[in-house]
Design a protein around this ligand. Structure first.
Ligand code: GLU
Length: 467
């Protein structure tokens, strides 16, 4: 056990993006590795853009990936009284002040600065105001130091320093009394005791402003680690243009959560040239120091490769459960046919996604499929009819319906007819599965059972007769 406290703090304005999921994963891994706590905080102060649907989507995505949290979810929208208390404290201590400048005034000054080639920045009109104009709306600004440097040692990026004169007197409370983003993050991380902040590097510019607020409030400054963003294959920031970016879209496309976790962690973190990591190994081996400084490029082929790996090596019982919703979408009720885990076993090697597995499983549960035309024309021909009929006789009296038993029966039948498996095998495949791309015939027959196999072989014989 240790005292490290990490958090994931998504804004609920959409689904759980793969980039967000990776940030959550890094935080979760470090918390688990160090025996600390992982906090989930929903940053929903932007009421107009935050939705319950999005909150649900984030929780669903985290749960699917197995990223369990120890505290929360906390909702910023429920913590306004806490933020306001801290605003008042800062004002009382002279560390924040009321600003009465209107939007128009600020805009005019901004334009003037731009025209004169100066960097636009709040000019401090209200910083030392003596009298408070009555009845005018106001915001509250943080009084930032005007000189000096604010620096931090980022665990990923190294030392980062900002000149304080570059930093504005940030608005911490709006005219309508609501607190602003940079302020709520600091209050929450401070009061929730967060020790390490791992987040996207799009927040680097916020960090010095936040550090100044920790210092003003007298709270310890957490350690920061800013993770580089994820790029698409064209090196532009990953977006929908590059394909799905929602974690749950990958579930719906038949990806396994362990493949997603393994893929996401390697997108930025490395451990020698190892590619495959179980969850336990990740907890053991993960370290923020091994996260690279440069952006990772999202590679769908590699994700697919990992998914195939996890499907091949997965537990058939579990995969069967995961397969059910995909079969349902295809109008298949697996209770009406062969045992689903047995079916899964025949398909694991050849399925890169659960979607492919579902498509591959259909023939087990339907006997009314049409034969692939080309395959039927080539293999369901008069010469194969007697061969199939002979197999029917063999299988009708078969006792040992295991792959070994079925293989022995086939060998016997081949020997009796003086033929090779190649002369009848493809026809059997078409008869049983509808086409020639299928799992091994002995596996298929074992899964289907003798009765169903015989019925399908007879159907093929009848088809040849009619053709
Ligand atoms: N809510 C912020 C976001 O979704 C994260 C803030 C943070 O991690 O400090 O980008």
């Amino acid at each position: 056990m240790s005292d490290v406290r990490l958090r994931f703090a998504p804004s609920p304005t959409g689904y759980l993006h793969v980039g967000g999921a990776r940030t959550a994963l890094f935080n979760w891994l470090l918390a688990r590795k160090q025996g600390g706590k992982f906090i989930l905080r929903i940053e929903d102060t932007d009421v107009a853009r935050s939705t319950q649907e999005s909150v649900d989507a984030i929780l669903e995505g985290m749960t699917w990936l197995g990223l369990d949290w120890d505290e929360g979810p906390f909702f910023q929208s429920e913590r306004f009284p806490v933020y306001l208390e801290f605003v008042e404290k800062l004002v009382a201590e002279g560390k924040a002040y009321r600003c009465y400048c209107t939007t128009e005034e600020l805009e005019a000054k901004r334009e003037q600065a731009m025209k004169e080639g100066r960097k636009p920045k709040y000019d401090g009109t209200c910083r030392n105001r003596a009298e408070e104009p009555a009845g005018r709306p106001s915001v509250i600004r943080f009084r930032a130091p005007e000189t000096g440097v604010t620096a931090f040692d980022d665990l990923i990026k190294g030392r980062i320093a900002f000149a304080n004169e570059e930093l504005d007197d940030l608005i911490i409370q709006r005219t309508d009394g609501t607190p602003t983003y940079n302020f709520t993050v600091v209050i929450d991380d401070a009061t929730m005791g967060v020790t390490t902040v791992i987040r996207g590097d799009d927040h680097i510019n916020n960090t010095p402003r936040q550090i100044l607020m920790y210092e003003a409030l007298g709270y310890p400054v957490p350690i920061f680690a800013h993770v580089p963003m994820i790029l698409g294959s064209d090196k532009a920031r990953l977006s929908k243009r590059h394909g799905a970016t929602s974690v749950m879209a990958y579930r719906d496309m038949g990806y396994l959560p362990e493949a997603m976790v393994n893929y996401l962690v390697r997108l930025g973190w490395s451990f020698g040239d190892e590619e495959i990591f179980s969850r336990e190994e990740l907890i053991q081996k993960f370290s923020i120091e091994n996260v690279g400084r440069s952006a990772g490029v999202f590679n769908p082929d590699k994700l697919l490769w990992l998914n195939h790996h996890y499907i091949k090596s997965g537990d058939p019982e579990r995969l069967a459960e995961l397969l059910k919703p995909f079969l349902k979408e295809r109008g298949i009720d697996p209770a009406t046919g062969p045992s689903l885990p047995v079916v899964v076993k025949t398909l694991q090697e050849r399925s890169r996604t659960m979607l492919e597995m579902a498509d591959g499983a259909i023939f087990y549960y339907r006997d009314d499929f049409a034969y692939d035309e080309q395959a039927a024309a080539k293999h369901l021909v008069p010469a194969t009819a007697p061969l199939l009929a002979a197999l029917v006789t063999k299988l009708e009296s078969l006792v040992d319906v295991t792959q070994a038993g079925i293989e022995a029966a086939f060998k016997e039948s081949m020997a009796e007819q003086g033929i090779k498996l190649g002369q009848v095998g493809p026809a059997v495949r078409v008869a049983l599965c509808g086409g020639t791309a299928s799992p091994g015939i002995y596996e298929v027959i074992e899964a289907l059972g003798c009765e169903e196999t015989v019925a399908r072989l007879k159907r093929a014989v009848a088809f040849i007769g009619k053709a």
